[in-house]
Design a protein around this ligand. Structure first.
Ligand code: CP3
Length: 361
């Protein structure tokens, strides 16, 4: 009874319906990095907070920034404003940002002693500010749209934790992988436990869907993707709470550069796979074979063109996915910092109008 009553509380459930591959009267849309530097009000909030980390660590400011894109655009989901690197920070690695250089850790994991000393944190104790932001957001959203929580995948987190900073080819991580594979497995086991606990804490606090970002899984050699990335994402997916408030809490697995492993991803236990822009929607449909929904995959750079070209690019993506249920419109990766706000407005408007027309024709 209670469950049924709460279900009605979500006034826009298009995202959850599409993730469940149920019919919707249009394709739901949200964007990775929908809150961020392309929005002047984001930059103002960040300046007020003093830094990105201060913004992410304040539940009130994180709530404000999460809602900013929803005030401008008719998006079908909110994604918690946070960062995947706050989990390793809570594990004691010391996250900091240097201007123009991106994220860094003070204490990267380079040897056995460091890995042995690592433990999965208690989210309520070490990441309480994230859970507070989730609770505050649910109150502020009041059922307007669902709230998506997220984490980095065990492998993608390990990349930053071993390397100590971002990289294109991850030499420190790959050195560990090829010279001490068992040590990397030990780290991935700890990360899988930490990610599972963290996502379950977010679900308990109120997120209505979760996304695993495996941003660097695509840098693995073909056989290593399964062994070092997917095996641990699968473990996380198996350990997640499946229901909350009488509804399924769907999970989305995104691997940037994951086009070669779509079938394995579709069999991983997730409800949907996130596709990058290099992936052909038709081959993703075949790989999914009705088992999972698909999310994606307009090239983020398409938003650098004028609104009319943005609209045409949106229509091409919608045509490629077709009108069958089980598609969530998104970019192939995050919104780029120099994206014009009008491009995002044109994208959202075109997804709503054109996908409704596709359904009714
Ligand atoms: O999508 C959203 O709107 C929610 C917020 C979000 C952020 N980071 C905010 C952020 C999400 C989902 C992330 C995930 C994240 N963080 C990933 C996985 C997804 C992806 O983009 O591949 C990764 C790899 C990171 C790590 C990270 N955080 C990097 C490499 C950087 C620096 C690069 C950059 O874009 O500046 C960050 C910082 C960061 N995280 C910013 C934002 C808005 C920019 C910080 C700023 O304002 O200066």
């Amino acid at each position: 009874m209670e469950a049924h009553h709460r279900k009605v509380d979500l006034s826009n459930d298009a995202l959850l319906r599409a993730l469940a591959r149920e019919p919707t009267d249009r394709t739901p849309v949200w964007l990775m990095r929908q809150a961020g530097r392309y929005l002047p009000e984001y930059n103002a909030a960040r300046a007020r907070a003093g830094s990105f980390l201060a913004l992410a660590r304040s539940p009130a400011l994180a709530t404000e920034v999460t809602l900013q894109p929803l005030e401008r655009f008719a998006l079908d989901a909110a994604i918690l404003f946070s960062d995947i690197l706050l989990l390793p920070d809570a594990m004691g690695l010391g996250l900091y940002f240097t201007e123009g250089e991106g994220p860094r850790f003070e204490r990267p994991l380079r040897d056995e002693v460091a890995v042995r000393a690592l433990a999965a944190p208690d989210p309520a104790l070490e990441l309480g500010y994230v859970l507070d932001a989730v609770r505050e957001l649910r109150r502020a959203l009041a059922g307007r749209v669902p709230l998506i929580g997220f984490s980095g995948s065990p492998y993608t987190l390990a990349c930053y934790m071993v390397e100590g900073c971002g990289s294109d080819d991850w030499p420190a991580l790959k050195t560990m992988l090829y010279s001490r594979p068992q040590l990397l497995h030990r780290l991935l086991e700890i990360n899988a436990r930490a990610v599972t606990d963290y996502l379950n804490a977010q679900i308990e606090a109120g997120v209505q869907a979760v996304m695993l970002f495996d941003t660097w899984g695509g840098t693995l050699a073909h056989a290593d993707y399964e062994t070092f990335s997917l095996a641990y994402s699968r473990r996380v997916l198996a350990g997640l709470a499946k229901m909350r408030e009488g509804r399924r809490v769907p999970s989305i697995l995104y691997t940037k550069g994951g086009g070669a492993w779509l079938e394995a991803m579709a069999a991983s236990g997730c409800d949907a796979i996130g596709l990058d822009a290099a992936t052909d929607p038709a081959s993703a449909r075949r790989a999914a074979a009705g088992r999972v929904a698909l999310q994606g995959n307009l090239d983020s750079a398409a938003l650098l063109a004028p609104p009319e070209q943005v609209r045409a690019a949106v229509r091409r993506v919608l045509d490629a996915f077709g009108g069958a249920p089980g598609h969530v419109f998104n970019l192939g990766h995050g919104v780029l910092p120099r994206t014009p706000v009008e491009s995002v407005a044109a994208l959202v408007d075109e997804v709503r109008a054109y996908s409704r027309m596709l359904r009714s024709s």
